[in-house]
Ligand binder design. Structure first.
Ligand SMILES: Nc1ncnc2c1ncn2[C@@H]1O[C@H](COP(=O)(O)OP(=O)(O)O)[C@@H](O)[C@H]1O
Ligand SMILES: [Mg+2]
Length: 594
């Protein structure tokens, strides 16, 4: 019956933990045996020493006999040394590997999940999974196992010794308060953990605001908000003290409580055991032994509560990690995938779209026809849905069936990874990794493209900027390196996108921080180089689109106009109004002398 219950629980175990145990149970078993061996061997040397002392005192031993005993003690010590090494290696080592495995699984999942998942999950929350939750798992699979084994073994041995060597009835009665020790340790352990987390949170608040103030000191001073900042800091500092005091109070309560409960066991032992001595049921020596054993039981009981607490925390962390691992990508992989060769023929039919979990429609009845080798321009106000369309084309969000077709095949039938091989995409927000410029440009392609880095940097009009840096292409950017200007970041990001030889190239407003003429030069050169490849450019600067085969004008999620630059300028519509405005701005700039 009981075994069935245990089996049921094992079946319900998280697959992550179950698979891990399946592969590693033998290591755990050996580790636990080694641990028990250490615990038992520990008892041998004092006993040997005692016997030896008695024999020396009675003069019933010669030098050889003494050496035999000493060698025996040394051998036992050596055995303990080995067993200690083994349990550490087996139990802790295995737990470390489990934590590593969990982190890798989490990371793999992060790379798989679609964009929309990250819209809903705060990044701090995700980071906590990688750090706190994995640490809690490691505690559960290492320290808790060790403590549990130790505490169980010690309490069983001590308990048996008390009952066997002294008296079972006395043992049972004196141990009544002891489970209470475990309970107190469990509840307080939980409280301490909660308050400890609060302390850490308050502390990170404190560092965050200090950091903010230091890095934004110019804003603080120019806005004359020193008082406000001081007030904010002072409040958080007070909260920091309060949370620390809360923790200290509980620590202060804990030990007296342990002593009180342990002490009540001793009182019971004194009353009942004393009576037994008087009535001759046990000897005085037995009574003394009993009290020493009773004291030895306190620690394992406290440890038991601690272990339960660590296990509860580990299980909660496992649940949180499981939630991420079970997260389904909103963009489902096709049931019967079609790995079509993509050349750049794109058709969009009556596409209407709202973001998942959001009612507002951001694309309304979009129709487009793009052919291989075309230069397609897309323009329109901010928020009109241009980037959303591109994200659908890249399968970052799910498009409705029967709306987007590549080479005549529904995009939902094309596997995401396959699709990405055919598209190089430069996003609106430039992003550089904290490494060298060269590695940044080579990020999405093989090492063998190394020789082309300069060529593409030139195409992106950033080569001269780069050679001006102290280490040229080996200059490190980001936190630990130099800071690039917005325009430089955009152009390096562009070089990264362009170096990937894909039949479809999409630039999503990725040159906004670069001046118009440079943008125009880049696009003109790029168009020449791409030849028969399809180029889609999103931009606000209509001059850049002058040579486009077709331009789509977006407004409030709809395409309001389409045609070539000349056609659109000759119509009296949004495009012409935008164009005239931009011409006027340019004239003003020229007149202001530049
Ligand atoms: N992840 C998202 N979730 C919900 N709404 C979004 C998301 N991204 C963009 N939007 C909304 O969709 C609309 C179109 O945005 P976007 O396609 O980025 O416009 P554009 O690129 O033309 O400036 C905007 O109203 C924007 O607020
Ligand atoms: Mg956009």
């Amino acid at each position: 019956m009981k075994i069935k219950g245990v089996l049921k629980r094992v079946k319900k175990l998280d697959p992550l933990l179950k698979n891990f145990l399946k592969r590693n149970w033998s290591k755990y078993l050996l580790g636990i045996l080694a641990l028990i061996a250490v615990d038992s061997l520990q008892l041998v040397p004092p006993r040997l020493l005692g016997i030896l002392v008695d024999k020396i005192k009675g003069l019933s031993i010669n030098l050889n006999g003494i050496i035999v005993y000493l060698v025996g003690i040394l051998l036992v010590a050596g055995g303990m040394f080995l067993c200690r090494f083994f349990w550490r290696y087996l139990i802790r080592g295995t737990a470390i590997r489990f934590a590593h495995h969990t982190r890798m699984e989490l990371f793999k999942k992060l790379l798989e999940l679609s964009q929309s998942f990250f819209d809903f999950t705060p990044s701090g929350d995700l980071m906590a999974r990688f750090t706190n939750d994995v640490r809690a798992l490691q505690m559960m699979t290492s320290s808790a196992v060790v403590m549990l084994t130790d505490a169980l073994f010690l309490s069983i041995v001590t308990f048996t010794a008390m009952g066997y060597l002294v008296n079972w009835r006395l043992t049972l009665i004196a141990c009544i308060p002891f489970p209470l020790l475990a309970l107190v340790s469990l509840t307080f352990g939980k409280l301490i953990h909660e308050r400890f987390m609060q302390v850490q949170e308050r502390f990170s608040d404190l560092t965050r605001i200090a950091e903010e103030t230091v890095s934004g000191i110019r804003v603080v001073k120019s806005c004359a908000i020193e008082d406000t900042m001081f007030g904010r800091f002072s409040n958080i500092a007070k909260a920091n003290i309060r949370s620390n005091m809360n923790l200290v109070k509980i620590w202060g309560l804990l030990y007296p409580l342990f002593e009180l409960i342990g002490g009540s066991g001793v009182v019971i032992a004194l009353i009942i055991g004393g009576k037994m001595v008087i009535f001759g049921t046990i000897t005085l020596g037995e009574f003394v032994t009993f009290n020493v054993y009773l004291g030895m039981l306190i620690w394992p009981m406290i440890a038991m509560g601690w272990v339960l607490n660590v296990i509860q925390r580990g299980r909660a962390s496992l649940k949180r990690i499981r939630k991420i691992l079970d997260e389904k990508s909103l963009v489902a992989e096709p049931e019967s995938p079609k790995k079509v060769q993509i050349h750049g023929n794109i058709d969009i039919h009556n596409l209407t779209f709202a973001y998942p979990g959001n009612e507002r429609i951001v694309l309304k009845n979009i129709n487009m026809k793009i052919r291989k080798g075309w230069f397609v321009g897309i323009t329109g106000k901010t928020g009109s849905g241009k980037s959303t369309l591109i994200k659908l084309l890249l399968k970052m969000y799910p498009a409705p069936n029967g709306t987007i077709f590549l080479e005549g095949v529904d995009i939902n039938d094309i596997p995401e990874e396959h699709l990405r091989d055919f598209v190089s995409y430069v996003p609106q927000e430039p992003f550089l990794f904290s490494t060298t410029i060269k590695e940044n440009i080579l990020f999405s392609v093989e090492e063998s493209f190394g020789e082309q880095v300069e060529e593409y940097a030139k195409l992106a009009q950033v080569h001269e900027d780069i050679t001006g840096f102290p280490d040229g292409y080996d200059t490190v950017v980001g936190e630990r390196g130099i800071t690039l200007s917005g325009g430089q970041k955009q152009r390096v990001t562009l070089a990264r996108g362009l170096i990937k030889p894909a039949p479809v190239v999409i630039l999503d407003d990725c040159l906004s921080a670069v001046d118009v003429d440079t943008e125009q030069r880049i696009i003109d050169e790029l168009k020449k180089m791409l030849g028969e490849r399809t180029l889609i450019v999103i931009t606000h600067r209509l001059k850049v689109l002058a040579k486009a085969d077709i331009i789509y004008v977006f407004d409030d999620g709809k395409i309001v106009e389409s045609g070539s630059h000349d056609q659109l300028v000759s119509k009296d519509g949004l495009y012409r109004r935008m164009y005239e405005l931009q011409l006027k701005e340019e004239q003003v700039l020229e007149k202001s002398g530049d």
